[in-house]
Ligand binder design. Structure first.
Ligand SMILES: Cc1cc2nc3c(=O)[nH]c(=O)nc-3n(C[C@H](O)[C@H](O)[C@H](O)COP(=O)(O)O)c2cc1C
Length: 381
């Protein structure tokens, strides 16, 4: 009889051995340095190194283009300085024996002119504004109507992801995750309430999935498919997303991803907010029989529900956002059934700061969550 799989069963992710299946989900923390230069710092390195006991760390969303800024103080990977900053992070995690993927991101229509050089208008598949607001240097502002991408610009964006993937390789990461969730650019192409194009990137399922698949193609060419993951959120309503038939759209996209032998597909369950905003509850287990490769699931999981997902073979890996944010030693706490620190949502994102990094107060709610016992890692308290 085979042994029951649980959160502490190691997992072979291509040539990487994950010592457990507790993955740190990607989380924007708005604490990159030097304002518009968007450069990761030693403080960011310390934060990730604190969470090194994760089976795998996935970094916060990282911009591939200067015209992709949805939130202040978020990092990029399109300049040499940013790449050098990320190398500090990857090196710190590796020195402690961990594994880390970088999440590649283009916000598309969710970007904001007030956060862009020269106030440039955001781009999207179609000129349809995202719903909601973002925090800008002029306070909370509603999203603006984006400019619909010209056909020849789409290949430029795909090239930006390729460049971002190459920079992530140079920075020493173990792989990359494409951010196809939460209503950002890849999701905007997939779902028909944001994509009303009439060219080969809009309309049919095949056309709406083309951007994702072309992107996957170029990024896997840089990294090898086993070092590339993709995050998708079939039930998500955040940023005003909806699809006239989300089950069909995501089934098509996930099935098409079978053609690549990816590191994983990372799928989100419906959140309470999705359901409150009229979203459809599409369980990730629906896609389990469809997707032949490694499936990572996310959203609202606890130790108990994650254990069930693994033992019932509904997933291979489970990622944790809020819980990892607040518990740098989450796998150990799970192992011991120890109490968990509560996440403080007031400090999830730091307000805009163009001052020198020492004066931004970024440590609070970031690197100061306590470890369970005397820490084995160096960290500031
Ligand atoms: C502060 C914060 C920032 C987040 N930023 C990102 C992000 O940059 N990229 C992403 O894919 N998801 C992001 N998420 C979503 C998480 O990755 C995860 O999907 C979500 O928190 C649900 O998982 P949980 O219930 O375990 O927290 C963020 C979540 C939080 C709490």
């Amino acid at each position: 009889m085979s042994k029951t799989i649980d959160l502490f069963t190691p997992f072979e992710l291509g040539s990487l051995t994950l010592p457990n299946r507790v993955v740190m989900a990607p989380m924007t923390r708005s604490r990159a340095g030097q304002g518009e230069k968007k450069i990761p710092t030693t403080l960011n390195a310390e934060y990730y190194a604190q969470r090194v006991s994760a089976g795998l760390i996935i970094t916060e969303a990282t911009q591939v283009s200067p015209l992709s800024t949805a939130y202040a103080n978020t990092p990029g990977i399109f300049t040499a300085e940013q790449t050098a900053g990320w190398k500090l992070v990857a090196d710190a995690v590796h020195q402690q024996g961990g594994r880390i993927f970088l999440q590649l991101w283009h916000a598309g229509r969710v970007a904001h002119p007030l956060l862009h050089p020269e106030g440039a208008t955001p781009i999207g598949p179609s000129a349809i504004a995202a719903q909601g607001q973002t925090f800008t240097p002029q306070g909370m502002q509603p999203y603006v109507t984006p400019r619909a991408l010209e056909l020849d610009e789409i290949s430029e964006i795909i090239h930006q992801f390729q460049q971002g993937a190459e920079n992530a390789l140079a920075a020493g990461f173990d792989g990359v995750e494409l951010h196809g969730a939460f209503g950002y650019l890849i999701d905007q192409f997939l779902q028909d309430n944001a994509n009303q194009r009439s060219d080969r990137y809009g309309g049919s399922l095949e056309n709406r999935t083309r951007f994702l698949l072309e992107m996957t193609q170029v990024v896997t060419q840089v990294w090898g498919a086993k070092r590339v993951g993709i995050k998708l959120s079939p039930s998500n309503t955040y940023n005003g997303m909806a699809d006239s038939n989300a089950v069909e759209t995501f089934s098509y996209a996930i099935d098409a991803l079978n053609a690549f032998d990816l590191a994983y597909v990372h799928l989100m369950e419906a959140s309470e907010a999705d359901l409150r905003h009229g979203g459809q509850k599409i369980p990730t287990s629906l896609f389990r029989p469809l997707y032949k490769g490694t499936l990572m699931v996310n959203c609202g999981y606890t130790k108990a529900t994650a254990m069930t997902a693994l033992s019932e073979n509904n997933a291979d890996l489970v990622s944790f956002g809020n819980l990892f944010l607040a518990n740098p030693d989450l796998p150990e706490r799970f192992r011991l059934d120890a109490p968990l620190n509560a996440p403080d949502s007031a400090t999830f994102y730091a307000p805009p700061c163009n001052d020198s990094i020492e004066n931004c107060g970024f440590e609070k709610g970031y690197t100061d969550y306590p470890f369970l016992q005397s820490p084995t890692l160096e960290h500031s308290h």
